[in-house]
Design a binder for this molecule. Structure first.
Ligand SMILES: Cc1cc2nc3c(=O)[nH]c(=O)nc-3n(C[C@H](O)[C@H](O)[C@H](O)COP(=O)(O)O)c2cc1C
Length: 179
């Protein structure tokens, strides 16, 4: 576990290979095991493959006022991997569990799934950006009123020169205080 966490790196460039729907399911089932206050399961994932990624690019452009080359570049952003998984927090009504706690659960699922995909040999990069919560992007994902996007996991195969280990280490002492 410690090794897997230390080894994981975001992979900005991936090949066109991607896990199938059936390959994803056991990893999603495992990621769903994160601590979940009230067991509300306040999340869902949406696979975007093929032309769904082009529709996301169109939604990005619709959310801005860019045109020409800039619009074409923006429209191509979701094509950087052949599988995108949209991470959605689905806020459940609860007196006990605040929305920010539900955000934490959905985020935990996405981080855990990233780690599991990385460990399984896939390249993963969680991407967001200022267009994530715009109306056209929201509509493209058919979100309900109680839902928000947390971004997308871009997933693909690893190139030979994929980023490996050796990330900047943090001095844990700077991040942990004691009362
Ligand atoms: C919620 C979230 C959103 C992110 N959004 C972006 C993004 O839009 N663009 C990007 O280049 N990286 C994004 N990242 C990836 C981080 O930049 C990356 O984790 C960081 O550079 C550290 O690299 P590492 O994951 O290899 O340690 C995001 C990560 C998280 C957790």
């Amino acid at each position: 576990m410690l090794d897997a966490v230390n080894r994981r790196r975001s992979q900005p460039k991936v090949t066109e290979a991607a896990p199938s729907h059936d390959e994803l399911l056991p990893l999603v089932a495992a990621a769903a095991g994160v601590a979940d206050h009230g067991s509300l399961r306040p999340w869902r994932l949406i696979e975007l493959r093929g032309d769904a990624r082009e529709r996301l690019g169109t939604a990005f452009v619709a959310a801005t006022s860019v045109d020409g080359k800039e619009a074409a570049k923006l429209a191509g952003k979701p094509l950087r991997a052949s599988l995108l998984i949209a991470v959605v927090v689905t806020h459940r009504p609860s007196f006990k569990v605040a929305e920010w706690e539900q955000d934490a659960v959905a985020s935990g699922v996405a981080h855990t799934l990233s780690l599991l995909l990385d460990e399984a040999g896939w390249g993963v990069m969680w991407r967001t950006g200022h267009l994530t919560r715009t109306a056209p992007v929201r509509a493209m994902h058919q979100l309900d009123d109680n839902e928000e996007l947390l971004g997308w996991l871009y997933i693909g195969g690893l190139h030979d020169d994929a980023k490996k280990g050796e990330k900047k280490t943090v001095n844990a002492r700077e991040f942990v205080t004691q009362l």
